[in-house]
Write a protein that binds this ligand. Structure first.
Ligand code: FAD
Length: 432
């Protein structure tokens, strides 16, 4: 039987990528009423802690820790004008971060933070992390650390990758009133390994929350705060968190866990369920297999799960395909290649310059600054400095001249450049 060929989907914007940059770009475009199609796999979001870093460590060799990210970014603009953060104004970065956190708040995953300051909170290994925006379920942890208040850290016996005693032993010298308590969950198989996702989904049932509170209660003592691994639900973390606060009679906070983390699953599922109602035609878990440009300037893209299933004709394309983990860039013997369109990649002269001798060299590695060079409207450039196509944009970690891991700016960079690229595209629409 002959299979009827599907009609191509026409749109103004095709967003390639469903990591933080792609999701933010689709959100900003939909809010501006632009007809948008989006495709991509999960990207790095599943690994993310849920914390939204903006700018936590200075770019360059000083490794200076940043308390006020706005001042840090101002300085960055004076010292590293090539950095992609320099393509977006401070007010655009603020609007971008607020836009994403407002969206998540309305979707039931509110964020908290200081207006102009990075917050500090404890990680699952007992180190202190600076970040800009924190899921509300983690926010009391910022206050507990600030006050060094009497605090109980709860460990679920059998849950991998989270040790309350390790956190306490690392922090005890500077936080004497910190205690650890291991508990058993009555409704979990006592012998088998425990998975954070199973526990998180289980806690969406009220009776399971009561059991958890009962198991914690005998250990409370004088604790003013209670810290738990990030397991408080997936779809209703706000409700689970609220109930535990009430049941234990004191503020409870989550501590981000090792990747893949529950907070990443929450983000992924929230974007995937709340962007389509805004009008984004989404093809999650789909890949763009090929892209070519017609004589009239439009792009034709073939997308599908394992092979092409759908054709999209787009007036504009935003490439948000990430770096090596996202598969936007591929490292080969001959050099680093942009995987989908073979765009020019700004990169070290040869492979021997990719890495320094020491893995943990404080100066970082040149390979982590490789990526796509863009003009001030986020359009990829040829080596001669001309734009590749006037209707092709790039955003997120695929951009050159930034090392988001070292500068603790993963979400900030992804979201800010997505905002800048969509704003540039809208300006181009007005101009044309
Ligand atoms: C372990 C880990 C921990 C992290 N922790 C934090 C943190 O604590 N705080 C923070 O702010 N940030 C953190 N981040 C970074 C953050 O998750 C951002 O996602 C990251 O900065 C890059 O976002 P991106 O969208 O540019 O790329 P990616 O997330 O890599 O997304 C790339 C997207 O492009 C898609 N793609 C690639 N090729 C194609 C194609 N041909 N067709 C269709 N789609 C394609 C991929 O499927 C994916 O959806 C962390 C990242 C990792 C890996």
């Amino acid at each position: 039987m002959e299979v009827a060929k599907k009609e191509p989907i026409a749109c103004r914007l095709m967003v390639i990528g469903a990591g933080m940059a792609g999701m933010a770009a689709a959100l900003f475009a939909a809010r501006r009423g632009i007809s948008t199609v989006q495709a991509g796999l999960t990207g790095e979001t599943l690994y993310a802690s849920g914390l939204f870093d903006l700018y936590g460590v200075a770019h360059g060799n000083t490794r200076e820790l940043i308390d006020n990210p706005w001042q840090g970014l101002k300085q960055l603009k004076q010292t590293y004008p090539q950095h992609p953060f320099c393509l977006v104004s401070t007010s655009q970065i603020r609007s971008a971060m607020d836009g994403v956190t407002d969206f998540l708040g309305h979707a039931g995953h509110p964020y908290a933070g200081y207006p102009d300051q990075n917050a500090r909170l404890i990680t699952s290994v007992g180190t202190i992390k600076r970040t800009f925006r924190v899921p509300e379920t983690m926010w009391s942890g910022v206050q507990a650390l600030e006050e060094k208040a009497p605090c109980l850290i709860v460990e679920i016996k059998g849950l991998r990758g989270f040790s309350a005693s390790q956190i306490v032993s690392t922090l005890k010298p500077s936080w004497p009133d910190l205690r650890a308590a291991p508990i058993e969950l009555p409704w979990q198989n006592r012998l088998g390994p425990k998975y954070a996702e199973h526990i998180a989904r289980g806690l969406e049932v009220e009776a399971a929350r009561r059991d958890l509170a009962e198991a914690i209660r005998p250990h409370l003592g004088q604790a003013k705060f209670v810290g738990l691994p990030a397991i408080l639900g997936i779809h209703d973390s706000k409700g689970v968190h609220h109930d535990l606060n009430q049941m234990l009679g004191r503020p409870v906070f989550e501590i981000p866990t090792m990747p893949p983390a529950i907070s990443g699953i929450r983000l992924k599922e929230t974007f995937e369920s709340h962007l389509p109602p805004l009008g984004v035609k989404s093809f999650y878990h789909h890949t763009v297999h090929s892209i070519h440009r017609l004589a009239n300037g439009r792009f034709v893209l073939e997308l599908g799960r394992t092979e092409p299933e759908t054709t999209v004709v787009a007036e504009h394309v935003l490439l948000a395909t990430g770096r090596f983990l996202g598969k936007g860039l591929v490292a080969e013997r001959q050099g680093i290649r942009e995987a989908l369109m073979d765009l020019p990649v700004c990169q070290p002269e040869n492979r021997s310059c990719w890495h320094r001798q020491q893995f943990l060299d404080p100066k970082g590695h040149a390979i982590n600054l490789a990526g796509i060079e863009v003009d001030d409207r986020f359009r990829p450039l040829n080596p001669d400095g001309h734009v590749v196509y006037e209707n092709l944009y790039a955003a997120g970690s695929i951009l050159a001249h930034q090392d988001w891991i070292r500068t603790k700016s993963g979400t900030g960079l992804a979201v800010a450049t997505a905002y800048g690229a969509i704003a540039a595209m809208v300006n181009d629409l007005v101009d044309s």
